[in-house]
Structures are given as C-alpha cells and as structure tokens.
Design a protein around this ligand. Structure first.
Ligand code: NAD
Ligand code: LMR
Length: 340
C-alpha cells in the first residue's frame, strides 16, 4: 500500500511539474560577454532559471567551452554558444532579454569612468547588433560605466529607430544587494526579509542608498552608522577591486545580482504582478534624463518609474551632490554615441 501511495504521489508531482513548465512561455535569453568573470557564473544561474527556455552565450572567444559545459545541466534551457562577430546575429535572433556584461573591469586605482575608452565602443557595437537582430528585446546593461553605457545604448537605438525607453535598463541591483547585506549586519536583523532602495546612478557618490526607507525599520542606527553604511555601499565595488588586487572586480556577487534582475524582467514579461526592482532607466523623477529608482516591471518592460518617496536630510543632501557627476557621465555617453 505504501509503495502504491508513493508512486501515485510521484505521478501527481510529475504532472504538476509538467503543467507548470508548459504554463511558462518560451523565453530566449542572450548573454553578451558570456565567457567573462561575470558572464560564466551568470550563464550558470540563468541555466538554473526555469523561466528560460533558450540560453544564448556570446563572446569574442571561449564561448564554445562555456556553452558545452553549462549545457550538460539537466534544466529546461537549451544552451548554445556563439563566438565572434559573424555569429552575433544568430546569438541575438528572437531574444526576449539580452544581458550585457561585456567589457573590461577595473584594476585598483581606477574609476569606472576610466573604463569608458574601451567599453563605450564595445557597448555601441553590441547595441547596433541588438537594434538589427532583436529590436524588441529587453536590454540589461551591466558593462561599466553604467552611468554612460546606458545613454550610449539609448542613442544607438534612437539612431536605428528602435529605441523604446521601457526596454533599456542599467543594472544597479548589486548596489541593492550590498545595501541589504550591510544594513542587515549593522542593524542586526535577518538579511532575508531586508529591503533597501538605492537610487541615482552606479558609481561612487552617484550611488544613493535610502536607508531611511529600509525595511524592517531600525532605530538602532546612529547618524554615524548611517554615514558609514552609505559610504560602504558607495565604495562596495572598490572594496572588491582592492581585495582582488589586480584580478578584476566583482563577478560572483554581480552574477547573482544580474540573475535576480534578469529573473524580475522575465517575470514582468510573463505578466507576474508587482515585480519591483531598482534600475537606472530613462526618468523624469529628477531633472536628469536617466536616473535609478524603483521601477515596476511588466509585459512591455518598465511599466512605471516610481518616485523617490520621502528622503531624510542626509539623503536630500546626497541627492543634490550627485547630480553634477551623474549628468556629466550621461552627457559623455550621449556625445560619444552621437559623434562616433
Ligand atoms: P571580464 O574581463 O572577466 O569579462 C568580460 C568579457 O567580455 C570577456 O570574456 C571578453 O572577452 C568579453 N568581451 C569583450 N569585448 C566583447 C565584445 N565586443 N563582445 C562580446 N564580449 C566581449 O570582466 P567582468 O569582470 O566580467 O566585467 C565585465 C564588465 O562588467 C566590466 O565593465 C565591469 O566593470 C562591469 N561590472 C558591472 C557591475 C555592475 O554593477 N553593473 C558589477 C561588476 C562588473
Ligand atoms: C561594482 O560595483 O562592483 C562594479 O561596478 C565593478 C566596479 O568596478 O566596481
């Protein structure tokens, strides 16, 4: 009797698995820069995501090996590797979501803006191909400097006539991931239920965590604690760059953050309600043309760019002092794309 019951329950479970898999639509995700420090663990995490039916791994070298490796994992997504310019079109064809971690990372002593010279051209080339091969895809930009690469992407898409501001995202999730971890540690609360919005941009003082809106709220934090938490969040990337001492920047925590944001985008596309994440998007929340804030994700990408809510005096000050740098990084990106 026991074994009969067990086999009946296994049968039911299999049927449920089957019906939930068939209810989830086909979704193709392409990762550009898939053989890199971020690209490889991100490919692994997206292969584990049951919402992905097809996973396209593109890089200028080494993707056949990464793709062969990841493809052996017994999950839903069919994995294909593409290498070199000739195969970029096929990698992108039919993609619903393109995630871009292509480009050089920082070494100690560099700012993210020091990466502009090399990464601006890489992003421009990749976005030109996206406009041609999958103009309707959501684009998650990870390549730095995000404050400039997102405006570059927007200009490339505008020139190609494919720009849809609802579909272009600068990935700032790692700032949120860090703010949550650091806040939970300082406030001594379990990290699992913690949320902290992070707004502005993705470099130094342009990263503005809103600890006054953190949940669960904590009254255990002094003004000095809040200053230290803000600074640690703003310098989180540099903390990793220095610890890696010349071997690059955050890759594993970034892959996690990229997978969280990519999953949110897919859920939005699939019509799951109330998907809210922070992201650097075209915005009217401030006078700056691009700004990171909470956004609601839906079937066509950004469904709503949400306001900043109430800010503390410290946060208001931070907001005013980030605007100059953020605007000049945005303009640098726009000028590059218009002039080149
Ligand atoms: P990496 O050097 O390990 O990997 C980059 C990959 O991009 C390499 O495999 C390289 O071959 C590939 N690449 C170069 N040119 C390409 C092109 N034209 N097309 C496709 N692929 C190309 O670097 P990484 O550590 O993975 O970092 C990648 C980027 O992500 C850097 O710019 C870094 O600053 C940025 N980053 C952003 C965040 C964020 O929060 N947004 C976090 C961490 C890193
Ligand atoms: C990060 O925040 O870790 C990334 O932007 C990489 C960097 O250069 O700091």
């Amino acid at each position: 009797r026991m074994s009969l019951l067990r086999s009946a329950s296994q049968h039911l479970r299999r049927r449920r698995d089957y019906s939930s898999a068939s209810a989830s639509p086909e979704r193709k995700v392409a990762i550009l820069g898939a053989a890199g420090g971020i690209g490889q663990p991100l490919a692994l995490l997206m292969k584990l995501n049951p919402l992905v039916s097809s996973l396209s791994l593109y890089d200028i070298a080494a993707t056949p090996g990464v793709a062969a490796d990841v493809s052996h994992i017994n999950t839903r997504a069919l994995v294909k590797g593409f290498v070199g310019d000739d195969q970029l079109g096929e990698a992108l064809e039919g993609a619903d979501l393109v995630i871009i971690p292509a480009g050089v990372p920082r070494k100690p002593g560099m700012t993210r803006d020091d990466l502009f010279k090399i990464n601006a051209g890489i992003v421009k080339g990749l976005c030109t191909a996206i406009a041609r091969h999958c103009p309707n895809a959501l684009v998650n930009m990870i390549s730095n400097p995000v404050n400039s690469t997102v405006p570059i992407a927007a200009e490339v898409f505008k020139k190609a006539g494919t720009y849809d501001e609802k579909k272009l995202f600068g990935v700032t999730t790692l700032d949120v991931v860090r703010a949550k971890t650091f806040y939970a540690g300082k406030a001594n609360v379990p990290v699992t239920g913690v949320n902290v919005p992070v707004v502005g941009g993705h470099a130094g003082i342009t990263i503005l965590p809103l600890f006054s809106q953190a949940t669960p709220a904590s009254n255990a934090l002094s003004h000095e604690d809040l200053l230290a938490l803000t600074k640690r969040t703003q310098d989180g990337g540099t903390e990793v760059v220095e610890a890696k001492a010349g071997k690059g920047s955050a890759t594993l925590s970034m892959a996690y953050a990229g997978a969280v944001f990519g999953d949110a985008c897919l859920k939005g596309l699939n019509g799951v309600p109330d998907i809210v994440e922070c992201s650097f998007v075209q915005s009217t929340v401030t006078e700056l043309p691009f700004f990171a804030s909470k956004v609601r994700l839906g079937k066509s990408g950004v469904e709503e760019v949400m306001g900043l809510g109430e800010l503390s005096a410290l946060e208001k000050e931070g907001l005013e002092s980030l605007k100059g740098e953020l605007l000049s990084s945005i303009e640098k990106g726009v000028n590059f794309a218009q002039e080149s």
